[in-house]
Design a protein around this ligand. Structure first.
Ligand code: UD1
Ligand code: CA
Length: 471
């Protein structure tokens, strides 16, 4: 049985009140429709056609060649949307799954179960349904006295009796491909919303004498359809839970799942501990035996094994193994940190490489620099990399020692094992093994402190008598 899929993603999403197409709203860092597409693929669908309309270029750009596309020029309803996929799938037989792009929590397991039931039952269509406490907004599944599925009635078209039905249409269906496209030809828009409802196909297939199976999901959370921002927040909470449970099952300790935020595609190694207040975003990859958090926000960042990162913001950074980062470090794009490196408090690093066993322990800005291995960067050292128009690089050789509060004015090179004296402003290259001092020489005046104090006191008294005279 060849499995195909149509993902509906052309609706207006009016209830979101957003300029972003609804299906592109992210849930745990990934567009809703991308979650759906992933489940469809994992369930073994060989082809997936996404029906796009509103925001078509954006949806296409977000999914790329993960799908084929059919354009629905006007959103005339879910049935009309499916019709747009016909030219692409006309030659196919087998089974077509239709699923909405706004149900991000649907799982591959559920889709597989639907396909299985569909095959075993020999039905013309199989509908995914759920029993919910509050069916408002969903289509209701109307069954005969004998319990067979007869039709689906949209919320807005329900009479009082139908409105009370608590079995709802989740918006996912398996159809015999040929019968689907044949039945769609009989749709009308004669209903409360003046739309071509896909749900009417169920009644049409029944009237033709086909049977309709229902796969009732044991987990109604899976079918949450996101139509507004409140539902988006609910879906996000459920997805977040699911992601965290997945990591825990893989041997990651999540100290407080209520205050930990991990995007869908993040990877974490065994025996890593995630502390509260941590956000791991995008394509972040964390190794084994790490301690991440509390208070970290890492986006598209890679961390090796055995590394500790606390109260740190990082974006597009690579951190090696056995490092210690933070508290209060800021690692910007292009930062590449080796192994056994210490990056301490109030340190910002951008577009720079820091070699193995080096230390940047406190209050530094390292920008556009190549720092070798075993380098010590003293407290308060900065690279002056920008002249207001251009950025320049700083190179620091292996084993160099940069004294506290030095300014390294780029472009500049510090040789291997060189020594820059504290407080220096370095504007010229320093050779291998050299010592550079670039600061005023200190002058001490023996016993002068007493004189200085007396002078200060008499100045103060003068000022007081002056103001008294002026009264
Ligand atoms: C739909 C179902 C309803 C079900 C619910 C489950 C219909 C008529 N109703 O209602 O029975 O309980 O889903 O979540 O099918 N879309 C298009 N083109 C259109 C209209 C919609 O591509 O012209 C897409 C939307 O982008 C969305 C999906 O179809 O991804 C569902 O559309 P939506 O308007 O959200 O339908 P619901 O009212 O939720
Ligand atoms: Ca919906």
């Amino acid at each position: 049985m060849k499995k195909l899929a149509i993902v509906l993603a052309a609706g207006l999403g009016k209830r979101m009140k957003s300029k972003l197409p609804k299906v592109l709203h992210p849930v745990c860092g990934k567009p809703m429709v991308a979650h759906v597409l992933q489940a469809v693929r994992e369930a073994g669908c060989e082809r997936a056609v996404v029906v796009i309309g509103r925001g078509a270029p954006e949806v296409r750009a977000a999914l790329g060649d993960a799908a084929e596309y059919a354009l629905q020029p006007e959103p005339l309803g879910t049935g009309h949307a499916v019709m747009q996929a016909e030219p692409l799938l006309a030659g196919e037989d087998g089974v077509t799954l239709v699923v909405c792009g706004d149900t991000p929590l649907i799982t591959a397991r559920t889709i597989e179960a639907m396909f299985d039931l569909h095959r075993e039952s020999g039905a013309a269509a199989t509908v995914l349904t759920a029993h919910v406490d509050d069916p408002a907004g969903y289509g209701r599944v109307v069954r005969s006295a004998a319990g067979t599925v007869e039709r689906i009635v949209e919320d807005k078209d329900c009479g009082p009796e139908e409105r009370a039905i608590r079995e709802i249409n989740a918006g996912a269906y398996c159809f015999d491909t040929r019968r689907l496209f044949a039945a769609l030809k009989n749709l009308t828009a004669d209903n409360a919303q003046g739309e071509y409802y896909l749900t009417d196909v169920i009644g049409i297939l029944r009237r033709e004498g086909g049977t309709v199976a229902a796969y009732r999901t044991p987990d109604p959370d899976e079918i949450e359809g996101v139509n507004d921002r409140a539902a988006l927040a609910r879906a996000q909470r459920l997805m977040r839970r699911r992601i965290l449970l997945g990591h825990m099952a893989n041997g990651v300790t999540v100290v407080d799942p209520d205050h930990t935020y991990i995007d869908a595609d993040v990877k974490i190694g065994e025996d890593t501990v995630i502390y509260p207040g941590t956000h791991l975003r995008g394509g972040t990859v964390i190794g084994r035996d790490c301690a991440i958090g509390p208070g970290c926000d890492l986006a598209d960042t890679t961390v090796g094994d055995g590394t500790t990162v606390r109260y740190t913001v990082a974006e597009g950074a690579v951190i090696g193994s056995e490092c210690n980062v933070g508290p209060f470090a800021y690692l910007r794009p292009g930062t590449r940190i080796g192994d056994h490196v210490r990056v301490g408090d109030f340190v910002e690093i951008k577009n720079s490489v820091v070699g193995d066993h080096s230390k940047v322990p406190h209050l530094s800005y390292i920008g556009d620099a190549t720092v070798g291995s075993r380098v010590n960067i003293g407290c308060g050292v900065i690279t002056a990399n920008y002249d207001g128009h251009n950025k320049f690089r700083t190179e620091i050789g292996d084993g160099a020692f940069i004294g506290s509060n030095a300014n390294l004015v780029a472009p500049v090179k510090i040789g291997r094992d060189a020594y820059v004296v504290a407080g220096s402003t370095i504007t010229h290259d320093v050779g291998e093994g050299d010592v550079a001092i670039a600061r005023e020489r200190q002058v001490n005046k023996p016993g002068y402190a007493e004189k200085l104090r007396a002078r200060a006191l008499s100045k103060k008294n003068q000022a007081i008598s002056q103001s008294n005279n002026n009264r």
